[in-house]
Design a protein. Structure first.
Length: 334
């Protein structure tokens, strides 16, 4: 197919590629010769996407359903092949939404909505369905749900930038008085984060508990180098990907718990127990680990990441070196 469809060939270089395209299964969605549907789709779009994304149908039971989702018009928001945006969005979320939902609330020619132009609409709203009016996420900040904007904001005037009573984390801690003890200074997630708490938490509503902005890919907002390494590795390993499942799904919190952890690299537990949470069998039959097993190269205790990569690897079992010889002789020189 790619010998003619050059545009699709270029799409393979984007960060987010549809699974069927990535495995070269064009005929999962398209007929090769002729068909009754547009783009030679094997079924009408409103039915085709459900073949794989069947679990999303559960959302039809919710009280408020987004019209394109209800009508099965997935391509109104998503690119069916590939995108530079997460979830294969056609463009940045705010731009996609504003094609149908332009700025409102204009007073004297100035729109309050202008202050939210660069925000990700999906951090507060569901693109599919919700039980709350406005397609808001199921978790809301109490001040926002009670419409008590003045608890956080200075009086809102249409021709002025929206401001808060206090800056950064000071505003949050004015109510969350029990939380400061959890944050040890200096902690980069608290003291150095450009937006303070709002770098990770939404201040209005969220689809996730604790009002986190997003579950998948939240950390790479700052840890871009980790994301780049992972994306490059994924491209290199498309034929036989070897990577940690939470990394593949961008669920960093499966292993890390910033900023509430005292463990190295913000692990939820120590390095060994963090891995053993999933790799229970391997943990029981592993190479000697822990304080009594020292790495001869540096004298530090041997842990899982002494031999294995944490995120992705070109080598079987995510080992740092080939296990047939190169791995062992890193320590066992004799």
């Amino acid at each position: 197919c790619l010998s003619c469809h050059e545009g699709i060939k270029k799409a393979l270089k984007k960060n987010y590629v549809h699974y069927a395209l990535r495995k070269g299964a064009c005929t999962d969605c398209h007929y090769a010769h002729s068909g009754e549907n547009k783009h030679l789709l094997v079924r009408a779009q409103k039915d085709l996407c459900w073949d794989c994304h069947e679990t999303l149908k559960e959302q039809f039971k919710r009280t408020h359903v987004h019209l394109p989702f209800k009508n099965g018009e997935c391509s109104a928001c998503h690119d069916p092949h590939a995108s530079s945006e997460e979830n294969q969005m056609l463009d940045a979320p705010d731009k996609v939404c504003k094609k149908c939902h332009p700025a409102r609330c204009k007073v004297n020619g100035v729109s309050i909505s202008a202050t939210t132009e660069k925000l990700n609409c999906s951090s507060c709203h569901s693109g599919h369905a919700s039980n709350i009016s406005g397609l808001l996420g199921p978790y809301g900040h109490m001040a926002f749900l009670d419409k008590k904007c003045e608890q956080c904001h200075e009086p809102i005037v249409a021709d002025r930038k929206i401001t808060t009573r206090l800056a950064g984390k000071d505003l949050c801690f004015s109510c969350h008085k029990k939380d400061p003890a959890k944050f040890k200074e200096p902690d980069a997630h608290v003291s150095d984060a450009k937006g303070g708490c709002s770098m990770c938490h939404n201040y209005h509503a969220s689809k996730r508990k604790n009002l986190t902005i997003k579950e998948s890919g939240l950390c790479v907002t700052c840890h871009e180098s980790t994301e780049k390494r992972t994306v490059l590795m994924e491209r290199a390993l498309r034929a036989s990907p070897i990577r940690c499942i939470p990394v593949k799904d961008r669920k960093c919190f499966e292993c890390h718990m910033p900023p509430h952890s005292n463990n190295p690299l913000y692990f939820r537990a120590d390095e060994i127990l963090t891995c053993a949470g999933c790799h229970t069998v391997q943990h029981k039959v592993a190479h000697p680990l822990g304080p009594d097993a020292k790495d001869p190269r540096n004298g530090k205790p041997i842990t899982c990441i002494t031999c294995h990569g944490m995120h992705s690897s070109k080598t079987e079992f995510m080992l740092l070196f080939d296990r047939k010889r190169q791995l062992c002789i890193q320590c066992h020189k004799k």
